[in-house]
Design a protein. Sequence first.
Length: 122
Amino acid sequence: MLYDPDLRVVFAEGVNLGPVRCGPEAELRAVLVGLRRAEERKVERLRVRSDCLAVVRHLTGEKMLETDWALPFLPELSDLLLSFDFVEARYTSSSHAVERRAGTPTADSLARQAVGLGIRRR
């Protein structure tokens, strides 16, 4: 999901990433999709929020991802990050909510739709 500085949704998309080996891989691949979309829209400064601490730590330079599943994605990630004037990464816990407010889907709900899981019921 991409928001403008006033936190209005600019772009929301659920993308089927195909087979993934683990949750962090799905999170990293979703970040790559978001970075590509931001680059296409000529975004210069952005904040990445993720509920995957391993991905956030990699993006902030705190701890690099060195696992086999991550290595194929890291060159593109580095190139994409260099295309922005400013990138901040923050960890955010997942609420698993369907909407943040009326008509605004959450990243979790878009991800569930993309893989055909439907809406989570509590």
